[in-house]
Write a protein that binds this ligand. Structure first.
Ligand code: F6R
Length: 360
């Protein structure tokens, strides 16, 4: 049941300290400086020359997060919309690893892409929440995110666990492909270990409720981020439109000036996500929106330069840039939740949407 919570979505947002601890349990050893993933012994991914990640919706945003983590670790990787795969898939060889990312493991579009890749001779793996799902049976291998059941139609805790799982997997793959652990592993592992407790604090101290109230009457809601903050901007906007029915868009920070800036007015708050990846540029992009009258809400650590510039602030811990976006995402989940609640929306069952989309 929902217990003390009014909605499953809020319960599942608050479960993230636990679901993330479960995702990393036994898979991270900060003392040994290692990622260890069950059956995936060191060397498993030695022959991989490129990675394709296929997924839909929120899982696509996690896949994009994973592909960027792989790129940053020096591995060739692309995230692809599973529903586009049959018409636009890049070629695969037996050295291509295709990863299907799916909470349910039953999404028809994702299963189709997975089967196509397998037919064409790729190595396949699924990152999923459901043991015994079709994806887990069809793929050569499976990695389970162990998030526990997710009832709310809007994916929340499963997104953060998928992204964390893919971040770990990226390290394992990069280590095998490049023959040495990625340089930032040393800072990533302790940051991961601290994440559950930090998210607990973030949830306790979040100003998301007040921010939702302040901007609820706006016309459109924009989300910008750079690097690993970009998939989080997309996810922030998807969650917002899904459950509030308000117009929301996510952009790469640097894209704002290439068109979307035409939409920016005092009625369009801009949530700017700072992950420690060229933050000065993101701040400049946010200021360009602010100059046009848009309120800027900086999602960044306390004491960050953006706090002084922005109109409002949602705090995240000063953590590794590999994970900062996931903390920001929790703040954005809460903003969407409280905005939808203020608007009286049926949060756990938004109109026209289903938890698992088993048709093409
Ligand atoms: C959004 C949402 C959907 C799913 C998508 C894929 O909150 O839940 O966008 O992410 O339908 O579902 P799975 O992950 O089950 O393949």
């Amino acid at each position: 049941g929902k217990g003390e919570y009014e909605h499953f979505m809020l319960k599942e947002i608050y479960e993230q300290p636990t679901s993330l601890a479960q995702a990393i349990e036994g898979r991270v050893d900060p003392n040994a400086g290692q990622v260890s993933l069950e059956d995936f012994e060191p060397g498993t991914f030695e022959d991989v020359d490129s990675v394709q990640l296929v997924a839909c919706g929120t899982s696509y945003h996690a896949a994009l997060y994973g592909s960027l983590a792989l790129n940053q670790a020096g591995v060739q990787a692309t995230a692809l919309l599973a529903n586009e795969y049959s018409v636009t898939a890049p070629p695969v060889t037996e050295d291509t690893l295709v990863i299907a990312v799916s909470q349910s493991g039953e999404t028809a579009d994702t299963l189709n892409a997975l089967r196509q890749a397998a037919d064409e001779g790729a190595e396949t793996l699924t990152v999923t929440n459901v043991v015994g799902s079709t994806a887990a049976r069809v793929a050569d291998d499976a990695l389970f995110i162990r998030a526990g059941p997710e009832i709310g139609v809007a994916a929340t805790k499963t997104f953060s666990s998928q992204a964390v799982m893919l971040t770990l997997l990226a390290q394992r793959i990069a280590d095998d492909v490049r023959g040495e652990p990625p340089a930032d592993l040393e800072s990533l592992l302790p940051a991961l270990a601290d994440m559950p407790e930090e998210i607990d604090t973030l949830l306790e101290e979040s100003a998301a409720d007040a921010i939702a109230r302040e901007y609820i009457d706006s016309q459109s809601f924009f989300f910008i981020g750079r690097g690993l903050g970009f998939p989080v901007a997309l996810e922030g906007a998807l969650k917002f439109k899904e459950i509030t029915y308000e117009h929301a868009e996510g952009f790469a920070s640097g894209e704002l000036k290439h068109g979307p800036l035409a939409l920016v007015t005092p009625e369009t708050p801009v949530f700017a996500i700072f992950t420690g990846e060229e933050d000065e540029k993101t701040l400049k992009n946010a200021e360009e929106a602010q100059t046009r009258g848009a309120p800027v809400i900086a999602v960044c650590p306390d004491g960050h330069r953006a706090v002084e510039v922005a109109d409002d602030h949602l705090a995240i811990p000063d953590t590794d840039s590999d994970l900062a976006g996931l903390h920001a995402n929790v703040q954005l989940q809460l903003v969407s939740y409280y905005a939808a609640d203020l608007l009286g929306r049926p949060i756990d069952k938004p109109r026209n949407l289903a938890k698992s989309v088993t048709v093409e």
